[in-house]
Design a binder for this molecule. Structure first.
Ligand code: HAM
Length: 407
């Protein structure tokens, strides 16, 4: 039997409907905050991610699906959306368009991580990027927008965690202090490797967390400190509750200053529903204009796990199921179906040639609210027997009456 590839999955109904509802809620929020959609390609040059996500990150080093195409070009399935947005922004001179450079994307990402609950090799991200604005109000806006999005979905069980990892200068100074401390700690093998290459990442390690309790915090320069204090003040003034977490450093190379994760205790070890931060130097380092930026991405599978029990999100119209007592009435039944659908009423049927019992079984398995039963009398008098499938009540009526009631 052919199966899906490990870490890849089918999303079946009604989960598929839940994913759609989450995407619709996101689109509504993005409209309100004036973010414009960019549909990004799934495949990019491998180089793009090396230059942006970062050569020493787990994503690029271990998790990328990279391959050579027929022309021997090294390509990759995108592991995240930010590099593609930055590339599009530079390629299409979007900074010159005279409007706010606020973008969103919805799409599947690929990372060859070890699969587990809430962690897949193909997963969907909904992301937002605010390019070209260095103000703390931009940080606060994207964080507040993420909060509104999750609230709109009825999700309450999360805590926004924030931190500042400073600018390149702050980190350069901190690097020495950090390495000096880390040298005296017996770290896990991964972290031993990180010390020389990217010591900040050690702070993110769950295995070594207890050993790092006394590690000195980063000392921010005046500008970075002022920025961080402003972001926190704006959030507090706007009643957005957050927790500061000095160990939050994020696993991608492009971040500067503010970083954040919306964490939940409902999903086991995959506890980040959404995460992001500021990336002030990325656009310029990729050959674009100086465009300090900030953004986030949310994992749709993880959001779906948090809203799964809340089926009010999927508000489908009532389904009417047309059932025929005899295949001789098929044409009449089809006419009813067509009229209902023309009038925006959700309607379906199974097979007019099989027993009425079997047709009603189909109605039930499709979650129909009503059966429209057509027998000899209904056929001759141009009427319909409308049966409420939840309480069994039925009455004789006709198409016009049903259409009128449903409007
Ligand atoms: P990230 O933290 O790598 O950031 O991913 C963002 C979110 O995607 C995570 O919080 C999580 O919900 C979801 N996610 C990540 N990996 C997986 C996986 N293997 N399976 C399921 N869900 C996953 C970024 O991707 C940045 N581009 C975010 C960003 C945008 N920063 C600035 N702008």
């Amino acid at each position: 039997m052919l199966t899906t590839v490990r870490g890849f999955k089918d999303i079946l109904y009604p989960q598929s409907e839940l994913f759609t509802a989450i995407e619709i809620a996101a689109r509504e929020i993005f409209k309100i905050y004036n973010y414009k959609e960019i549909r990004l390609p799934t495949v990019e040059y491998y180089e793009l991610f090396v230059k942006s996500t970062g050569e020493t990150t787990d994503i690029v080093e271990k998790e990328m699906y990279k391959f050579e195409d027929q022309s021997k070009r090294m390509l990759a399935l995108r592991p995240e959306g930010t590099p593609g947005i930055v590339r599009a922004y530079i390629n299409s001179n979007l900074n010159l368009k005279g409007e706010n450079s606020k973008f969103f994307y919805i799409g599947n990402m690929f990372r060859a991580e070890r699969p587990q609950a809430g962690r897949y090799r193909e997963f969907e991200q909904i992301g937002a990027e605010y390019l070209g604005n260095a103000s703390p109000y931009a940080d606060a806006e994207v964080i507040m927008m993420l909060d509104s999005f999750l609230k709109k979905l009825g999700i309450k069980s999360y805590t926004p965690e924030i931190n500042s990892i400073g600018c390149t200068e702050c980190r350069k100074k901190y690097r020495g202090v950090l390495i000096n401390h880390l040298k005296n700690i017996d770290l896990c093998d991964d972290c031993k490797n990180r010390i020389g290459r990217n010591p900040l990442r050690v702070l993110d390690c769950k295995t070594d967390r207890d050993k790092l309790k006394d590690i000195p915090h980063i000392e921010l320069c005046t500008d970075c400190r002022t920025h961080y204090e402003s972001v926190k003040n704006i959030l507090t003034t706007n009643n957005l509750k957050f927790k500061e977490n000095y160990f939050l450093v994020r696993g991608l190379d492009y971040y500067t200053r503010t970083v954040f994760e919306f964490k939940t205790d409902q999903l086991g070890s995959q506890d980040a529903v959404a995460s992001g931060g500021r990336y002030d130097t990325l656009v310029k380092s990729m050959g674009g204009p100086d465009s300090p930026s900030v953004g986030w991405a949310a994992g749709v599978e993880r959001i779906a796990m948090l809203v799964e029990k809340n089926d009010t999100l999927i508000k489908e119209k009532d389904l009417f199921f047309v059932v025929s007592m005899d295949k001789a009435y098929s044409e009449y039944c089809l006419k009813i179906l067509t009229e209902l659908r023309k009038n925006n009423i959700r309607a379906d049927f199974s097979n007019f040639s099989v027993s009425i019992k079997s047709q009603l079984r189909s109605a039930n398995s499709n979650g129909a609210k009503y059966a429209l039963i057509i027998g000899d009398d209904e056929y001759k008098t141009n009427t319909i027997t409308l049966k409420n499938l939840s309480n069994g009540e039925q009455k004789k009526t006709n198409l016009n009456e049903i259409i009128q009631i449903m409007h």
